[in-house]
Design a protein around this ligand. Structure first.
Ligand code: HEM
Length: 448
């Protein structure tokens, strides 16, 4: 009986602030330390909200049970404001409303849609590699952020370089600063500048959505596919709603840049993996366009991408709220408590052999550690794609595959001496900006 159980172990911290400051300093370490101390289910209080974290693939079933965990009311108001201020966005919808919206959004990530994005993604990545090779040495983080936003904006809503894209990039940078600022809405604070940037971004995206509604592009981009899927399902999206979803897409999707940085670092730090992967790429895609068939022909590339996804600290948690009192592990989570699924911590669960080690072999057909539990591998959320798992799962995968393959066939690189520690924001980034030294790969055509 629910009422007989104690609250999960943990601390509510100080009155009002709870443990917000410790959490904000480094959410990844916060979760790691408390899980080590209290176990897979622990209690805290963040931004005045009683909160329970659950960690580990074995607990994913609970997180995925819609009778127990809902999305409505799960996102703190300061974050919701930056995401557009209206909870009518896919991560915060439940039940049929979510299922319907998600079906429409996933039209932007069908195999056919992804295939259509590949040439544009390849051209952008090749352009960046050529620039890095010409410069020979420099920090890559800022360029990777730009690459991520430009790639999404190009593929999903057809935005090519120009005034609108430049504004979008500048305003997203202002918004990113607001995510790590104290949520104080006074004039001149980073947070209130972020809210102003959000308004400009939403206005621009609404204009783009309206253009798509009035005159769909001849060759459908992701947004055209979404709008048409929603229309066909009898639930057309208006320009304001489409703009909010696109704003969420950009914020949720740009974090792929952290995975690209982690790829460069992991391949530098693991020369055997790097050379085995380079050999696979040179055997299967030595030059020219890399389409789906070539990507499928490189199984080791997929293993490396999966291992980067598992080991790259990116998302600390996903947001939920207890729909009812939830009994778990001998404790009861009261109704209304926030319930957060610890994502990165679950990537490092002992369900994996030597979880701290970068070891793509764990995903070989012989070992296949993903099979150790239904949701053992959940770096982009647990469960089905039609539920709340990351809509951009395949987009992130192909972007990482292309980036690694193109870099390996074009260049060799190393990381000159620098401070490789991370700033523990979301997603964490290298304090040094990740300085990389580039050389043209032996036999690479047309670069440098
Ligand atoms: C490797 C990079 C990425 C990581 C680590 C990541 C991670 C996540 C996580 C942990 C969730 C929450 C799942 C849940 O609530 O259960 C999520 C949701 C989502 N992501 Fe990603 N993501 C990535 C890339 C992308 C990209 C490129 C897009 C493209 C637009 C995207 C769009 C979304 C959307 C729309 C949702 C909400 C899905 C829903 O609630 O139904 N993400 N992602």
């Amino acid at each position: 009986m629910a009422a007989a159980n104690p609250l999960p172990p943990g601390s509510s911290g100080l009155p009002l602030v709870g443990e917000t400051l410790q959490f904000a300093k480094d959410p990844f370490a916060f979760i790691r330390q408390r899980r080590a101390r209290f176990g897979d289910v622990f209690r805290t209080s963040i931004l005045g909200k009683p909160t329970v974290f659950i960690a580990g693939p074995q607990r994913a079933g609970l997180w995925l049970d819609p009778t127990k965990v809902q999305r409505e009311g799960a996102m703190p108001a300061n974050l919701l404001a930056l995401f557009g201020g209206d909870p009518d966005i896919v991560p915060l919808l439940d039940g049929e409303a979510h299922a319907q919206r998600k079906r429409s959004l996933l039209a932007a990530f069908s195999p056919e849609a992804i295939e259509a994005y590949l040439p544009g993604l390849q051209a952008r990545i090749e352009g960046l590699l050529a620039k890095w090779l010409a410069n020979r040495e420099g920090p890559v983080t800022a360029d990777l952020k730009t690459l991520a936003i430009e790639s999404l904006a190009g593929a999903i809503f057809g935005l090519e370089p120009g005034e609108e894209l430049s504004r979008l990039l500048a305003d997203n940078a202002i918004l990113a600063s607001a995510f790590v600022a104290l949520p104080i809405g006074l004039p001149g604070t980073a947070y209130s500048k972020g809210l102003q940037a959000r308004d400009r971004i939403l206005a621009l995206l609404e204009k783009i959505a309206q253009r798509h509604i009035d005159a769909p592009p001849a060759r459908p981009d992701g947004l055209a596919r979404i709008l048409s899927a929603a229309r066909e399902a009898g639930a057309p999206l208006d320009a304001k709603t489409a703009a909010r979803e696109m704003h969420h897409f950009l914020l949720a999707g740009m974090i792929v840049y952290a995975e690209l940085a982690a790829t460069l670092r992991a391949l530098h730090e693991n020369p055997d993996v790097c050379e085995r992967l380079r050999a696979e790429v040179l055997a299967n895609a030595p030059s020219g366009p890399i389409g789906p068939a070539r990507l499928r022909a490189m199984p080791y590339l997929m293993q490396v991408v999966d291992e980067v996804k598992r080991t790259c600290p990116n998302v600390p948690m996903s947001f939920g709220r207890a729909k009812c009192a939830i009994d778990v592990a001998g404790y009861t989570i009261p109704q209304g408590h926030l319930v957060m699924m610890a994502v990165y911590e679950s990537n490092l669960d002992p369900i994996f052999t030597a979880p701290e080690k970068f070891d793509p072999e764990r995903f070989s057909p012989e070992r296949d550690e993903k099979k150790r539990a239904p949701d053992a591998f959940m770096p982009q959320g647990a469960g089905a794609l039609t539920f709340h798992k990351c809509a951009g799962y395949d987009f992130a995968t192909v972007m990482m595959q292309l980036f690694a393959a193109l870099a390996l066939r074009t260049a060799t690189w190393d990381l000159p001496s620098q401070d490789l520690s991370l700033k523990w924001v979301v997603p964490p980034e290298h304090k040094s900006g990740l300085v990389v030294r580039w050389s043209k790969a032996a036999g690479a055509a047309g670069q440098g």
